[in-house]
Design a protein around this ligand. Structure first.
Ligand code: AMP
Length: 188
């Protein structure tokens, strides 16, 4: 299986669809948000730094994030393909990912972009706050995360377009429809 980069706003379903893709194709899964939350839980130095940034809805500095990503990537089982969930979030991270993979003789694979209207995103994140109690799922932090997404991450979609690997899937109000469209594409 080729690598996959799953891309979209906070609440667009990156984690949910990643889990479905992993279950179907048996590939590796790197969620940088999960990696950081584990560091926070374990009380590491990185976790302490990350917590202050995540709680404000801001991004971890690129250099640090790129080092973490390369380390986690090298721990994956070789040859199975990996789904990158929540990385890259800036152009610098995307350039670094491309270079890191090229150095290992690997490719970025396909980028799957999830497009969801902002009203649905906000409703999902507030609901997740109730269900999972994620510290950064409160209205103020969500707004900051949307802002960061529009300014720093969204321009990357075009970058992937230029790489020729951008594939867009738009939310039509039903998870099964979205999933079928994604699977139909990946099955090809
Ligand atoms: P996520 O679970 O992907 O929504 O990530 C939660 C938070 O972790 C983000 O709001 C950022 O503060 C931080 N984070 C996750 N991935 C990255 C990344 N690639 N670059 C910078 N910060 C990140």
């Amino acid at each position: 299986m080729k690598n996959i980069i799953i891309f979209g706003a906070p609440g667009s379903g990156k984690g949910t669809y990643s889990d479905e893709i992993v279950a179907r194709y048996g590939m590796g899964h790197i969620s940088t948000g999960d990696v950081l939350r584990a560091e926070i839980k374990n009380g590491t130095e990185l976790g302490k730094l990350a917590k202050g940034i995540i709680d404000k809805g801001q991004l971890i500095p690129d250099d640090l994030m790129i080092d973490i990503l390369a380390k986690v990537y090298d721990e994956q089982e070789p040859g199975k393909g990996v789904i990158f969930d929540g990385f890259p979030r800036t152009i610098a991270q995307a350039e670094a990912l491309k270079k890191m993979l090229a150095e290992r003789g690997h490719e970025m694979g396909n980028m799957i972009e999830l497009i969801v209207d902002e009203e649905t995103l906000m409703a999902r994140l507030l609901n997740r706050a109730k269900e999972q109690g994620r510290a950064d799922d409160n209205e103020e932090t969500i707004k900051a995360r949307f802002d960061v997404y529009h300014k720093q991450t969204e321009p990357l979609a075009e970058w992937f377009g230029k790489e020729g690997i951008r594939h867009t899937f738009t939310w039509k109000g039903d998870k099964e429809i979205m999933l079928k469209e994604i699977f139909d594409f990946l099955d090809k």
